[in-house]
Design a protein around this ligand. Sequence first.
Ligand SMILES: NC(=O)c1ccc[n+]([C@@H]2O[C@H](COP(=O)([O-])OP(=O)(O)OC[C@H]3O[C@@H](n4cnc5c(N)ncnc54)[C@H](O)[C@@H]3O)[C@@H](O)[C@H]2O)c1
Length: 281
Amino acid sequence: MKDLAGKTAFVTGAASGIGLGIATALAQAGVKVMLCDVEAAALAAAVDGLKRTNADVASVRADVSLKAELQAAAEETRARYGGVHILINNAGVGGGGPYGTWNDAGWDWTLGVNLMAVIWGIEIFAPMIESQGGGHIVSTASIAGLISFNSMPYNVSKYGVVALSEGLRNELGPRGIGVSVLCPGFIRTKIMDSRRNLPERFAGVRGTLPVGSAGRERMDQVAERVSRGIDPLYVGELVREGIENDWPYIFTDCEFEPLIEARFAEIKRGFDRIRDRTPRR
Ligand SMILES: NC(=O)c1ccc[n+]([C@@H]2O[C@H](COP(=O)([O-])OP(=O)(O)OC[C@H]3O[C@@H](n4cnc5c(N)ncnc54)[C@H](O)[C@@H]3O)[C@@H](O)[C@H]2O)c1
């Protein structure tokens, strides 16, 4: 999708981190941006900051894990800008933990924000994009959508976003809608403080892991890597380039490429083990 100037984008999780980086990079290219987030104060501050650069931006508060709120946000966007050409399904939480820490609230929260909101975003916005003559959808998964370790609910949600994006790319391409999946490595954001936005109905999510546990140590390492992570605006600029050039996968760096190659090799070995057999039917 070339010539982004004058188009309209809807960005979820836009008050912070990667979402704000994407909203900023799109606004810098002359895109009108509706920023959507659950955190009202951060959202207001983000929009104020962008308006000071003369960007054409507006905001709508919504908890994207509630379909009705996402639908209402879409209606508000249509009323403000007439339609949408670019959808960025980015809101996400670092919910759930390793085996032994799971509970239903953790799974529901993580899958609700990270996966169901992406499914609903596509359901609600793709027809709007199509009626505008086409456009582009980017959904934020993670490297954890391609290799799985440690936090299963998070990984399951992100594998889901990758599966959805890969399949939809084939279905929506012929309808004039490009589909990309963003798989970031460690980005310097507030993801490790996701509980600041924990909706009350998921209040049963487990607390922090015990000091000294293997899971706790792993989480501390992740937090340390995130705090030294890649600049979110750099990620936003990559996403803009990915939209302009219709990249299927948008990566932020190559740190985890060897682990993904190792996964592919293990899958290949699974085929090799049974290659010479004739399946009984
Ligand atoms: N930071 C990383 O290292 C990293 C790596 C891979 C993937 N990601 C993914 O990037 C995306 C953005 O996260 P981030 O790292 O910028 O974290 P962040 O916490 O800085 O930003 C996430 C934003 O999503 C919003 N949000 C949370 N729950 C919401 C809800 N129910 N409804 C609407 N908005 C909600 C938050 O208020 C926040 O503004 C997420 O999908 C995350 O899983 C992040």
